[in-house]
Design a protein around this ligand. Structure first.
Ligand SMILES: [Zn+2]
Ligand SMILES: [Zn+2]
Length: 331
C-alpha cells in the first residue's frame, strides 16, 4: 500500500500494537487511540466526533494496513468525548462490537433521563459549593459539549475488573476509577504493557472529576480518594510501559504515581493555609487556588478543590457547616 500521502501515520509500538494520534478541539491536545491486532482487530478508544479526527483515524489505520470497515471490536477506556465521540460512526461502518464499563453506558447513549439527573446533581453541588448563580450556565454547557463532539451510540458488552478482554485474551481489564467512574485500563502480563487511558498520563496530572452517584441516589463517590487508590494499585504492579491516552509512553510509572500522590498533599497544605484566616466555600477556595483558570475551567478546578477538601475531611483536618444551603469549611 502506498502510504506516502497520508498525513497521520500510526506508530508501531509492539508487533501487534499501533498508536494513532488523533487531534481534538480541547485544551488537552491530541488523544491516543490504540489498534491491537489480536484474535479480533480491536480499537481502544476512537477520538472525538470531528472531521479532523475522522480523517486522522482513517489515515492512521490505513498506514497500519487496516480499513475502518475491518475493525471488529472497540474497547472504551472511559466515557469522555475526546475518547469516544466518534464511536457510533466507526460502529456503523464496521459493525464492530463495543465494550466498556457499565458506568460509560448512559453517557455513550446520551440518555436524556440520565442527563437530566446529571444536571440536577451538578446544580445542587454547585449551589452548595457557593458558585454564583450567573455561573451556573456552565452546567448546560456540558450537555452541549457532549452533543457536539459525540452522538448517541451503544455499548454491547459490559466489562468488569480482572476479567479478560474478549478476543484479546492476553489482556486483563482493570477498573481504575477516579478520573472517571467508567475508567478502565488494560494490562498484558507477557510484556508488562498497560493501556492507561487518562488514568496515568506523563506530561499532565489527570483530574479526578466529580461525578454523580452510580445508583442515582446516595452520596457522590469521593473521586480523588478513588483515583489515589487506583493509582496505588497500579504502582504495585510490574509495568514496563504505560500507553497513555495523551502524550508519550510512560516508562517510570512508579515514580510518576509517587509524584502525583505527593502533589495531593502539597495541595491540601495550600488549602489548610487558605483556611487559616477563616471559613470559605469550595468556590471561594477554587478562585484562590486557580486564580487564572477557574473561570474558564470551572468543573475541572472545582473538582480539584472538592477532591482535596474530601481528603482533608477524611483526615478530620477540616470541618464543615451549612448556612442557607451553602457549605462553609473551616480548620
Ligand atoms: Zn478523560
Ligand atoms: Zn482524555
Amino acid at each position: 500500500m502506498d502510504t506516502r500521502e497520508l498525513r497521520t501515520k500510526a506508530t508501531q509500538i509492539t508487533p501487534d500494537i499501533y498508536s494513532l494520534e488523533i487531534p481534538t478541539p480541547f485544551s488537552v491536545g491530541a488523544v491516543n487511540v490504540y489498534l491491537v491486532k489480536g484474535d479480533k482487530l480491536t480499537l481502544v478508544d476512537v477520538g472525538p466526533k470531528t472531521d479532523e479526527a475522522w480523517q486522522a483515524l482513517t489515515e492512521g489505520l490505513q498506514s497500519a494496513g487496516v480499513r475502518v470497515e475491518e475493525i471488529e471490536q472497540i474497547v472504551l477506556t472511559h466515557h469522555h468525548v475526546d475518547h469516544c465521540g466518534q464511536l457510533e460512526k466507526v460502529r456503523q461502518l464496521s459493525g464492530a462490537v463495543t465494550l466498556a464499563h457499565p458506568q460509560a453506558a448512559p453517557y455513550v447513549e446520551l440518555d436524556e433521563d440520565f442527563m437530566h439527573f446529571h444536571d440536577q446533581f451538578f446544580l445542587e453541588l454547585y449551589q452548595k459549593s457557593g458558585v454564583p448563580s450567573d455561573m451556573l450556565v456552565i452546567i448546560a454547557k456540558f450537555h452541549k459539549l457532549m452533543k457536539t463532539f459525540s452522538e448517541p451510540s451503544r455499548i454491547d458488552v459490559l466489562l468488569k475488573h480482572k476479567q479478560r478482554v474478549p478476543n484479546l485474551e492476553e489482556w486483563q481489564v482493570l477498573y481504575t476509577p477516579g478520573h472517571s467512574q467508567s475508567h478502565l485500563s488494560l494490562y498484558r502480563e507477557r510484556d508488562r504493557t498497560m493501556i492507561g487511558g487518562d488514568h496515568i498520563i506523563g506530561h499532565i496530572s489527570s483530574n479526578a472529576f466529580i461525578e454523580p452517584p452510580r445508583d442515582r441516589s446516595g452520596a457522590r463517590p469521593l473521586t480523588l480518594v478513588q483515583y489515589r487508590t487506583a493509582l496505588q494499585m497500579c504502582a504495585d504492579m510490574e509495568v514496563e510501559r504505560v500507553l497513555a491516552g495523551h502524550g508519550e509512553i510512560v516508562t517510570d510509572h512508579r515514580e510518576l504515581i509517587l509524584a502525583r500522590l505527593q502533589k495531593n498533599w502539597s495541595r491540601t497544605d495550600t488549602l489548610r493555609s487558605l483556611l487559616a484566616d477563616g471559613e470559605k466555600t469550595a468556590y471561594e477556595l477554587t478562585t484562590l487556588l486557580f486564580p487564572t483558570l477557574y473561570e474558564k475551567e470551572l468543573p475541572l478546578t472545582l473538582s480539584e478543590t472538592i477532591g482535596h477538601i474530601d481528603l482533608l475531611t477524611i483526615l478530620h483536618q477540616v470541618e464543615v457547616k451549612e448556612k442557607d444551603g451553602v457549605l462553609y469549611y473551616h480548620l
